[in-house]
Design a protein around this ligand. Structure first.
Ligand code: LIP
Length: 270
C-alpha cells in the first residue's frame, strides 16, 4: 500500500493536468453537453473530457483501485482504495466564466460512502487563480505548498459563513429560508458556488465556516480532508459524518456555536 504522501502526489499531479485542460477549454469557449437533475444542473463537454483524463491517468497509476466520478459510471476496485473525483466543481461558475471552479481529486479507504470512508489524500485545484490545495491524513493542509490553518477564536456574530444551494427550486427556497434566519446572527454570508473551494476557504481562513445540504460525495471528499487537516471540525447531521443531508465545517469553537442553529433547521428535513 502506498503512503498517504505518495497517494497525494498522484492526486495533485492528476488534478493539475485536468485543471490545465479545463482552463484551456474555458478559453476556447464552453459548450453544454447536457442537463441532469434539472435544466439548471448542467454538464459541459469539458467536465466529461476532464473526468476521462483523470480516470485514465488513475487507471494507469493505480489499476486495482476503484473510481467514483461525477460524470461517469462508478467502478469498484480490488485494492480497498477508491478515487472520488469532481472533474469541474462549480460547473455553473465555469460556464459563466466566473473564476471560482476547481478540479477535486480524493482517494478514500473502504467503501466509497462518506458515512464510512476514511479519506487518505486530496487535492483541489483552481486553475484560474493558480491555487493548489492539498492534504494527506496526518500530514496537514497546504496551499501551493504553504501550510494552512483555520481562523481561530471567531465568535458567531463576527463569523463569515459560506453556503450553497441545490438545483431544485423548492430545495433552494427552503435553503434560502434558513439563510434569512441565519444572516442577522453572523458577520455575513457568502455563496461562492463550489463546495470544494468553500471547504478550502475554511482551511485558508478565508471563510470562518461553511455548511450545505445536498452535496454529492465528490463535491466534498477532498475539501473536507483539507479543512480537517487545517484544524477545522467537519461533520454532518446529528453525530453523522458529513454527507448529503448536511456538511458543516468550522474551527471547533465556532462549530459549537453554529451547529445548534444548523441542526435545528436541517434535522426537520427528510
Ligand atoms: C456544486 C457544488 C456547490 C453547490 C452547487 C453544485 P457542481 O457542484 O460544489 O456547493 O452549491 O449547487 O452542486 O454541480 O458544480 O459539481
Amino acid at each position: 500500500m502506498p503512503s498517504n504522501a505518495e497517494l497525494l502526489e498522484i492526486a495533485a499531479t492528476v488534478a493539475r493536468r485536468a485543471a490545465a485542460l479545463a482552463l484551456q477549454r474555458r478559453r476556447d469557449g464552453v459548450e453544454i453537453a447536457a442537463s441532469k437533475s434539472t435544466l439548471t444542473d448542467i454538464v459541459t463537454k469539458a467536465d466529461r473530457e476532464a473526468e476521462d483524463l483523470i480516470r485514465g491517468a488513475i487507471a494507469a497509476a493505480r489499476p486495482r483501485d476503484g473510481f467514483l466520478g461525477e460524470e461517469s459510471e462508478a467502478e469498484p476496485g480490488s485494492s480497498g482504495l477508491t478515487w472520488v473525483v469532481d472533474p469541474i466543481d462549480g460547473t455553473v461558475n465555469y460556464y459563466y466564466g466566473i473564476p471560482a471552479y476547481a478540479v477535486s481529486v480524493a482517494v478514500v479507504e473502504g467503501e466509497p460512502d462518506p458515512s464510512t470512508w476514511r479519506t487518505l489524500a486530496g487535492a483541489v485545484v483552481n486553475p484560474e487563480l493558480g491555487e493548489v490545495f492539498t492534504a494527506f491524513e496526518g500530514g496537514g493542509a497546504a496551499l501551493n505548498g504553504r501550510p494552512l490553518r483555520v481562523h481561530e477564536g471567531v465568535e458567531l456574530p463576527l463569523a463569515l459563513v459560506g453556503t450553497g444551494f441545490g438545483y431544485d427550486a423548492e430545495v433552494r427556497r427552503r435553503q434560502a429560508a434558513f439563510v434569512h434566519e441565519l444572516i442577522p446572527q453572523v458577520r455575513d454570508v457568502r455563496r461562492i458556488g463550489a463546495a470544494s473551494l468553500d471547504l478550502c476557504n475554511v482551511a485558508a481562513g478565508r471563510l470562518d465556516a461553511y455548511y450545505e445540504r445536498g452535496l454529492n460525495p465528490w463535491d466534498h471528499a477532498a475539501g473536507a480532508l483539507i479543512a480537517r487537516e487545517a484544524g477545522a471540525r467537519v461533520g454532518g447531521l446529528g453525530d453523522a459524518p458529513a454527507g448529503k443531508r448536511l456538511i458543516l465545517a468550522a474551527e471547533p469553537g465556532l462549530y459549537e456555536q453554529l451547529d445548534p442553529l444548523v441542526q435545528r433547521y436541517y434535522a426537520e428535513w427528510e
